[in-house]
Design a protein around this ligand. Structure first.
Ligand SMILES: [Zn+2]
Length: 209
């Protein structure tokens, strides 16, 4: 089974991919992770992407396509997370015969609530949420007692911009896979266990067909 997972920031795309990968024995291919690993290992590819990212530019399609193709070629069971991001990227993997595209849909208000509530320990990097993962003492890390901070990326204004950016870029992809009758949209606003149940049912259904 070959799956693609699309999802707004805050939709839980990474954790849902992990969950599905474990449940259905699929290889979780996260392009974000591949890029971070390659940069950490200072490979030729890592150096090249770092060059673009340092300048604040996107990694060009051809480069991403090359690395993803070399990762998925010959594999039959995987879930792609973070790829494709553009129509040329989607076209480049047509020969892979993707079985389904799962789109985790979340309204902007929910994205803002989830991301703007995140807090991080400035000392040990432990993650919290003012509503969902509360520390025992407000603003203080349970593990090391240091102060919790909000990352500059997690302010409502920045999140709203990221959300709009995501939508503009993803809309053509959503339409592209809709036309190919591969798109399955899942509402990501319920609690995580409900979302996990819904995606499990969907993948079971896909496997039956
Ligand atoms: Zn801490």
């Amino acid at each position: 089974m070959k799956l693609i997972l699309l999802g707004a920031p805050g939709s839980g795309k990474g954790t849902v991919s992990d969950f599905l990968a474990n449940k259905f024995k699929l290889k979780h291919i996260s392009t974000g992770e591949i890029c971070r690993e390659e940069m950490a290992k200072n490979t030729a590819f890592g150096t090249e992407i770092k060059h673009y990212m340092d300048k604040g530019n996107l990694v060009p399609d051809e480069l991403m396509i090359k690395v993803v193709n070399s990762t998925i070629t010959g594999k039959d069971d995987y879930i792609l997370d973070g790829f494709p991001r553009t129509i040329p990227q989607a076209e480049a993997i047509i020969s892979q015969k993707i079985d389904a595209v799962i789109n985790l849909d979340l309204p902007e208000s929910a994205v803002i609530e989830r991301l703007s509530g995140r807090r991080m320990c400035q000392n040990c990097n432990s993650g919290y949420h003012i509503k969902y993962i509360k520390p025992k003492k407000e603003g203080i890390c349970d593990k090391c007692g240091s102060k919790l901070i909000q990352r500059p990326d997690d302010t409502p204004k920045v999140i709203s911009e990221r959300f709009k950016d995501y939508h503009t870029k993803t809309k053509p992809l959503v339409e592209y896979y809709q036309k190919k009758k591969l798109l399955h949209t899942i509402d990501a606003s319920p609690p995580p266990e409900t979302v996990r149940k819904a995606v499990t049912e969907l993948v079971k259904e896909l496997k039956r067909n």
